[in-house]
Design a protein around this ligand. Structure first.
Ligand code: PGA
Length: 254
């Protein structure tokens, strides 16, 4: 399975800064890495058009992700962006279920499930985030919690419709905190999720990936990214530094 590294730029960078970061990144990534690893950037909606234009005209080996999509398809929903609108911008991936959206914007499992269906109907790969709080981990409830999140996220998915899926284990206590989950913790969770997903009718071992996110840096990426079970990383803070992001990419042994 080809590994994937996704830079989640979150609410940072105006579109001019985003263009600069993309161009620097493109010059800094070694060619063979670009071919053997899927490299994805996820800017704010306001930068999608500029980034997509550069990727398409300069034929970059970097792919585009959105950070969010509406649960609705069209209509009177001020401020929303639909999966169809993202598709028209050649967006290949979209993050859904991130804990920042679950917590700060009250997104529940039902909304997340609708977003996943909308993305799949427009051939956009959802990057489905899930993960426990520190309290749930300490109380040994994390596997049950994650299992419920996964069931709710994939509800109603049909084999004939699903092409690609990414499941991203993002423990809340590791996001933006500098406290990374150990490879053992990540493997435990992703193995459970993989086992669960591999029983679903839509599962395809060639196209479904299981990744990790939460304080990934060049100091911890080698162990995480060279585990057989871990297919890649969703990188927040470190993706805003070209140097760190490229080091993370380079830490994958090819
Ligand atoms: P972080 O964020 O790398 O800054 O911890 C990861 C994420 O939220 O995807």
């Amino acid at each position: 399975m080809k590994k994937i590294i996704i830079g989640n730029w979150k609410l940072n960078l105006d579109h001019l800064e985003a263009i600069q970061l993309l161009q620097k990144l493109n010059y800094s990534i070694e060619e063979d890495k670009e071919e053997k690893i899927d490299i994805v950037v996820s800017p704010s909606h306001t930068s999608l058009r500029s980034i997509q234009t550069i990727i398409d005209t300069d034929k970059l080996n970097i792919q585009l992700s959105a950070q969010d999509v509406s649960q609705f398809s069209e209509g009177p929903y001020t401020g929303e962006v639909s999966s169809h609108q993202l598709n028209k911008l050649n967006v290949s991936y979209c993050i859904v279920g991130h804990s920042e959206r679950r917590i700060e914007f009250n997104e529940n499992d039902e909304i997340i499930n609708k977003k996943i269906h909308n993305l799949i109907s427009e051939d956009i790969t959802p990057i489905i985030c899930f993960g426990e709080s520190l309290e749930q981990r300490n109380n040994d409830q994390y596997l049950d919690h994650i299992s419920n999140q996964i069931d709710a996220a994939v509800k109603g998915l049909r084999k004939d419709k699903v092409n690609n899926l990414i499941f991203a284990y993002e423990p809340i206590w590791a996001i933006g905190t500098g406290e990374v989950a150990s490879a053992i913790d990540v493997v435990e969770v992703l193995s459970m999720v993989k086992e669960k997903i591999s029983e679903k009718p839509f599962y395809d071992s060639d196209t479904v990936r299981f990744i990790y996110g939460g304080s990934v840096t060049p100091d911890n990426s080698h162990e995480l990214l060279n585990s057989k079970i871990i297919d890649g990383a969703l990188v927040g803070g470190s993706s805003l530094s070209v140097e760190k992001f490229v080091k993370i990419i380079n830490s994958i042994d090819l």
